[in-house]
Design a binder for this molecule. Structure first.
Ligand SMILES: *[C@@H]1O[C@H](CO)[C@@H](O)[C@H](O)[C@H]1NC(C)=O
Ligand SMILES: *[C@@H]1O[C@H](CO)[C@@H](O)[C@H](O)[C@H]1NC(C)=O
Ligand SMILES: *[C@@H]1O[C@H](CO)[C@@H](O)[C@H](O)[C@H]1NC(C)=O
Length: 244
């Protein structure tokens, strides 16, 4: 009995060592590309389940950040906690450009993004601390400015005008290149609505990194070419159905 328990312990210790070795070999730092993901706040609540509260702040009238995600790695270090003081002077900019819409604290959202994705980004010097990671995402939002690209192309939010996928893509090519993905949801009136944009970056932040698409568990799907796409204006009073 005792001998069995000892053997079991030895076996468990061995399995643990093997697991650590595998993680090291597969490498948290093996990622080549990262996804920079921006959301269109006006559409966020359309696909949100009824279990969640939804609040879109007045200030969210332009594209906001969802995250900066090194590819094929997640939750790289549970021991690296994020504290408000880690973000120094960023909270004001983050509240404006990286807010949550779940009627929860922004810091909780940032902490989850840090835990899941930020802890994996630190293999690169430019992202090796919370203030560098969150600051880099804010800079990327300026570099890959969707609001500006759409405005220059005359693509404006509207309840009663829809766009072809190709029109939207052509407006974005000058800033994002061809390797980007527009994501949509379908609303209660079977309209296809633009909600999110993903661009795949090299570790030097240039766009165009090619990789296999990982499985996506979100309700967002690549916008379909055959259907018109709506780009709804924000409606803080009725965020779940901005254009009834
Ligand atoms: C947001 O949360 C507060 C406090 O829990 C609650 O009183 C309020 O009704 C919520 N708002 C929405 C829109 O769900
Ligand atoms: C609907 O379209 C008209 C132009 O045809 C425009 O003036 C109006 O602002 C649009 N309404 C909304 C809510 O987008
Ligand atoms: C970024 O890295 C990629 C891949 O290594 C390279 O092709 C590209 O030229 C680099 N961009 C810049 C601006 O250095």
């Amino acid at each position: 009995m005792v001998r069995g328990a000892v053997l079991l312990l030895l076996w468990l210790a061995g399995a643990e060592m093997l697991r650590e070795e595998q993680v090291e070999r597969s490498g948290f730092c093996s990622w080549k590309c990262m996804k920079f993901v921006q959301m269109w706040p006006a559409s966020f609540c359309v696909a949100l389940g009824p279990r969640f509260d939804c609040v879109v702040p007045e200030s969210a009238d332009s594209w906001t950040i969802h995250g900066l995600w090194p590819s094929s790695v997640m939750n790289c270090c549970s021991c690296w906690h994020l504290f408000p003081s880690d973000l120094m002077d960023l909270p004001k900019q983050l509240a404006q450009h990286w807010p949550t819409f779940l009627n929860a604290s922004n810091f909780k959202f940032w902490k989850e993004e840090w835990q899941k994705h930020g802890t994996c980004a630190g293999c690169m010097e430019a992202l090796s601390s919370p203030s560098k990671y969150f600051g880099a995402a804010l800079d990327l939002r300026t570099t890959y400015n969707i609001d500006g690209a759409f405005q220059r192309a005359g693509i404006l939010p509207s309840c009663n005008h829809s766009y072809q996928l190709q029109t939207l893509r052509e407006a974005l090519v000058p800033i994002l290149g061809k390797e980007h993905q527009l994501q949509c949801v379908t609303d209660g009136q079977a309209r296809q609505i633009l909600v999110q944009l993903k661009v795949s970056l090299f570790s030097n932040f240039s766009a165009g990194c090619l990789e296999e698409e990982a499985r996506d568990f979100s309700p967002y799907r690549p916008c379909e070419n055959q259907r018109r796409i709506f780009y709804f204006p924000p409606n803080q009073k009725n965020p779940r159905d901005p254009c009834p």
